[in-house]
Ligand binder design. Structure first.
Ligand SMILES: Cc1cc2nc3c(=O)[nH]c(=O)nc-3n(C[C@H](O)[C@H](O)[C@H](O)COP(=O)(O)OP(=O)(O)OC[C@H]3O[C@@H](n4cnc5c(N)ncnc54)[C@H](O)[C@@H]3O)c2cc1C
Length: 400
């Protein structure tokens, strides 16, 4: 049995945590909320960090999520991090040793940038995950550096596009032979290669980074396994991300590529839920477990988890609702509106439409004849229609 309290703890001060706290304030009026943010900044939104903010088209104030209006006696915002979880006693320990007991806990600690060891500890080399990362990269642009971007995923491609938009010389190194392979299921490989080449990015495909050249502690270039060297004063690393679950080690929670949850976003321990980039939940739309690293998912999941926590808090099990969602994300590179809906992993067929009805390339992904995902460039209305189609087909299947 846990320590007696009337308290909800939300761990994680970004989008999923913010949307959960905003919802909980109204839903659970008789509970105190402790929001452990892990942040020195107020909650902010990340998508612009690699786009408008990087191009100095907006500033920090425009990134901030709306303030949460409530009685300050009920909401305590703690700018520290959770160091460990005692799920048996229902308490988290903060990094300064304080112990905070809870009836309900939401884990919304998101993900952090993966930074291979050979790229760490050198001035002029940055990941891009946080506002501080983005500010540091922006500050280093003043001297018009030669830029090397490592990684041809979403962050790498967006950074390359932003740097080119600013007129900088950019080389992008990707170990595969195509760009944005994972997010778009390989559907638009040649489109993205042409897009970046036509906009002046020097692409090194199939390139393997061996080490950095360093001069006086500052990066001077990148050396590849084939012996070639590219000069650079700024290196931005887009090598993927990993869920922030290290503080849950030894907690007894089921953690494997994220915090494992059921369809209700509830973890393996009573009273503990998860939402956002850190959560791997069973999505009823597909009947499988997935961890989704998208803005709309974190926002909607934070709210959904809050509603289920409120139901559990007041012991109204009948109000619990599964989180069924067709994932959605967008990207913006050189003004192109790039969108993906659904879950393409495990597809067995792709229909590519480069002409026909669609003004831009469009891909439909199928599994066993069922539409599971779609991606399009500059075709927002068609992509959103396909999202609804995926939702409707899932509903029909569930009802059958
Ligand atoms: C540069 C960039 C561009 C992006 N662009 C897009 C886009 O165009 N479209 C799109 O759909 N998505 C985009 N995303 C993804 C989107 O921003 C994320 O899906 C979203 O931020 C996830 O929110 P989250 O709250 O789950 O996690 P995060 O944003 O990762 O936040 C986690 C929070 O938890 C805190 N934390 C971590 N550990 C602890 C701890 N131990 N204790 C307490 N707090 C802790 C962190 O400080 C942080 O505040 C982008 C992401 C980045 C980084």
């Amino acid at each position: 049995m846990g320590e007696m309290t009337n308290q909800i703890v939300v761990a994680g001060g970004s989008l999923a945590g913010h949307s959960a706290v905003a919802e909980l304030i109204g839903l659970v009026p008789d509970a105190d909320i402790v929001w452990v943010t892990g942040e020195r900044h107020r909650a902010y939104s990340k998508p612009a960090l690699s786009k408008e903010f990087m191009q100095a088209r907006n500033e920090i104030a425009e990134l901030m999520l709306p303030g949460i209006e409530c009685d300050l006696d009920r909401l305590r915002i703690v700018s520290r991090s959770c160091a460990s979880l005692d799920s048996q006693a229902q308490a988290v320990e903060l990094d300064d040793g304080e112990r905070v007991a809870f009836d309900q806990l939401l884990i919304a600690t998101g993900a952090r940038a993966r930074m291979p060891g050979i790229l760490q500890g050198v001035r002029g080399v940055f990941p891009l995950r946080t506002l501080d990362d983005a500010v540091a990269i922006r500050e280093s642009l003043a001297g018009k550096p030669k830029v090397v971007v490592i990684g041809g995923g979403l962050i790498g491609c967006e950074i390359a596009a932003s740097m080119r938009t600013l007129g900088l010389e950019v080389t992008l190194i990707e170990q595969l032979d195509s760009l944005l392979d994972r997010p778009f299921g390989g559907a638009f490989g040649s489109y993205f290669l042409d897009l970046h080449r036509d906009n002046g990015v020097k692409l090194i495909m199939g390139g393997k980074v061996d080490r950095l050249t360093v001069d006086n502690g500052r990066v001077a270039g990148v050396e590849l396994a084939d012996g070639s060297r590219i000069g650079a004063q700024l290196v931005v690393v887009g090598a993927g991300s990993e869920p922030c679950t290290q503080w849950l080690d030894g907690s007894g929670l089921d953690v494997e590529n994220g915090v494992v949850c059921d369809a209700y976003l509830a973890t393996s321990r009573r009273g503990i839920f998860a939402a956002g980039d850190v959560a791997r939940w069973t999505n009823p739309v597909y009947g499988i477990q997935m961890r989704v690293e998208h803005w709309t998912n974190a926002s909607a999941q934070g709210r959904a988890a809050a509603r289920n926590m409120a139901a559990a808090f007041s012991d109204r099990q009948e109000l619990l609702k599964p989180f069924a969602d067709v994932p959605y994300f967008w990207s913006d590179q050189y003004g192109q509106k790039i969108q993906m809906v659904g879950w393409h992993q495990g597809h067995d067929h792709v229909d590519l439409d480069r002409s026909g009805d669609a003004p831009g390339p469009l891909a439909r992904f199928y599994r066993d004849g069922r539409l599971v995902a779609a991606a399009g460039i500059n075709v927002p209305r068609i992509v959103m229609k396909l999202r609804r189609q995926i939702e409707e087909e899932a509903r029909t299947l569930q009802a059958a």
